[in-house]
Design a protein around this ligand. Structure first.
Ligand SMILES: [Zn+2]
Length: 546
């Protein structure tokens, strides 16, 4: 058993399960279990947790429609007596998404970017995404009401709004995507903000203020997960300075910087050198600042679909790659951009992105604060997670892949010199225990009594990609749902959300604003409980350290 939260590193243990929970072993030695699973010789871990992916909502659905060529190419998921049919490609259909996560031993996933106006859509799709527990982050980094509160220097009003918005959307955490930049994009062709201190048109607030104030509101509300930040200037040479400034702008408050790989580039106008890795500089800062956590957003070679709440980024990528493109604005809330992308190992930029992602895993001293992600499907599909495990656990394999990459990668990153190999214990941290802790989920990511009985059993194998691609068995909420790669059960899975307390009197102002500007009425905006199929409210303020 590998259970890092409880310090269990490859020990032989029994796990007792009753209903959907792990429980203490019975005190009466006469008590026998109804069912016993003999896992001797196998590797047992908590179910995997993907804390940043795109699997539901309007943008994901649009991407499915945009990529019929992928869906024609990939074998469909056939219907069985237990399961629905589905389609694959880089953006699998809803049911297929649930089955494929389960097939990999993942039992929880969070969609990272839902416009609250479209929260209903996300919840409806979640109802059709079986086998996993799920939740989503609520886009608010370009929300007009948020920016207005900051402009008027009313942090209390902002805190009420953040609480109300999370509760109304039945979301899990506040998400900032290119704060301020998406709003600028809505006003000018190619519009964006370049730095943290560039004011946003009409609001006269800066990205730095948005980050600091929303982080503060999240802190004050004691949310289980802090502000989740997609920094400004994603993908741009020299953006590491913006990323470092973003970390500094938190001023000691908790913050999670997502797909940090895409934000760790040297070069451009502010650096003398050309496009290169700045992971060493950034990782040093994160290593020394325990308030900051990151997930990687690993790039893998091959074709995928880029989809982002970062409208100007979608436009930029479409200009680079010249493929089809979708851009959307969601009223006063957010935007989005979608375009196909192909990462090539012979491309210097792509190979560097691949190396930079791996550098993050290998240069973070504390594995509890770096989480495995591909920003599915942006850097690659979540189906590539077993390949990332192998890249981290097997340096010979890593060096072999590096040899196939553009040769200049060796000069512009330190990957060739990094000998570190992850252990199974560390893999269990970056895929289970760490994300559970960062998300504030007390019942997930571990195997002690009280935990959800989400358990993955692997057959040890020298090739770690093989080992992690095909778990021997997956147990979700106490039920065997995958056995030897076959789906044996497809429970709906819970929807995890927060409902922070706030002063009801303050709703009047939000209502007025709504009636003035929104396309729908205030009373119709909050997601009704009937949209939630198996909701689980995660308490605020319950941040027991572990
Ligand atoms: Zn993302």
């Amino acid at each position: 058993m590998y259970d890092p939260r409880n310090g269990v590193d490859g020990e032989i243990r029994d796990i007792w399960v009753r209903g959907s929970k792990i429980v203490d072993p019975p005190t009466d030695p006469q008590v026998r279990a109804e069912t016993t699973i003999d896992a001797s010789g196998l590797v047992v871990m908590p179910g995997g947790i993907d804390m940043h992916c795109h699997i539901a909502g309007p943008k994901v659905n649009m991407a499915r429609k945009m990529r019929p060529e992928e869906k024609r190419r990939d074998a469909p998921v056939p219907r069985t007596a237990l399961t629905h049919s589905g389609t694959m490609g880089s953006v699998p259909s809803t049911f297929a998404t649930g089955y494929k996560y389960a097939g990999l031993g993942y039992t929880t996933a969070f969609d990272a970017a839902i416009p609250p106006l479209d929260a209903r859509h996300a919840h409806e799709e979640f109802a059709d995404t079986p086998c996993i527990d799920k939740g989503f982050y609520v886009l608010m980094g370009n929300n007009h009401y948020v920016m207005q509160c900051i402009q008027q220097q009313q942090p209390d009003k902002l805190q009420v709004f953040v609480a109300w918005l999370l509760g109304a959307a039945k979301g899990f955490a506040p998400k900032l995507v290119n704060p301020g930049g998406v709003e600028a994009w809505k006003h000018h062709q190619g519009g964006n903000v370049k730095g943290l201190d560039e004011p946003v048109d009409f609001f006269d607030v800066t990205p730095r203020q948005i980050i600091r104030e929303v982080a503060q509101a999240a802190d004050q509300l004691n949310l289980p997960h802090p502000v989740h930040i997609h920094c400004n200037n994603l993908g741009m040479p020299g953006n590491w300075r913006t990323t470092l400034e973003t970390m500094r702008s938190l001023e000691g408050r908790r913050g999670h910087l997502t797909h940090i790989q895409f934000h760790s580039y040297g070069g451009g106008e502010t650096d003398e050198n050309t496009f290169n890795s700045k992971v060493a500089e950034l990782a040093e800062y994160v290593n020394n600042h325990p308030n900051i956590t990151v997930d990687v957003g690993q790039v893998l070679f091959g074709e995928t679909t880029s989809m982002t709440g970062d409208g100007p980024l979608g436009y930029y990528l479409q200009n680079v790659y010249g493929g089809k493109w979708f851009s959307g604005d969601t009223e006063m809330e957010s935007g989005c951009g979608i375009t196909p992308i192909r990462y090539r190992n012979k491309s210097l930029v792509h190979a560097l992105q691949w190396a930079i992602g791996l550098e993050w895993y290998l240069m973070m001293e504390d594995p509890w604060r770096v989480v495995m992600s591909t920003d599915h499907p942006n850097g690659g599909s979540f189906l590539a997670y077993p390949q990332i495990v192998r890249l981290l656990m097997d340096r010979t394999y890593r060096q072999d892949v590096l040899k196939t990459c553009h040769p200049a990668v060796r000069k512009r990153s330190q990957l060739a010199d990094l000998d570190r190999q992850y252990s199974l214990y560390e893999i269990a941290i970056i895929t289970r225990a760490g994300p559970a802790r960062i998300l504030g989920l007390q019942d997930k990511g571990h195997l002690a009594p009280g935990a959800d009985a989400d358990i993955t059993v692997y057959t040890p194998h020298e090739d770690k990609e093989t080992m992690f691609a095909l778990p021997r068995m997956v147990i979700k909420s106490g039920q065997v749902i995958v056995d030897q790669g076959e789906i044996r059960g497809a429970p709906q899975g819970k929807t995890l959300h927060v409902a922070p307390a706030y002063d009801d009197d303050a709703e009047g102002d939000i209502r007025q604003w709504f009636e003035k500007f929104y396309s729908i009425q205030f009373r119709n905006y909050p997601v009704d409980a009937s949209y939630m199929h198996d909701p689980q409210r995660v308490a605020c303020g319950d941040r027991r350290p572990w």
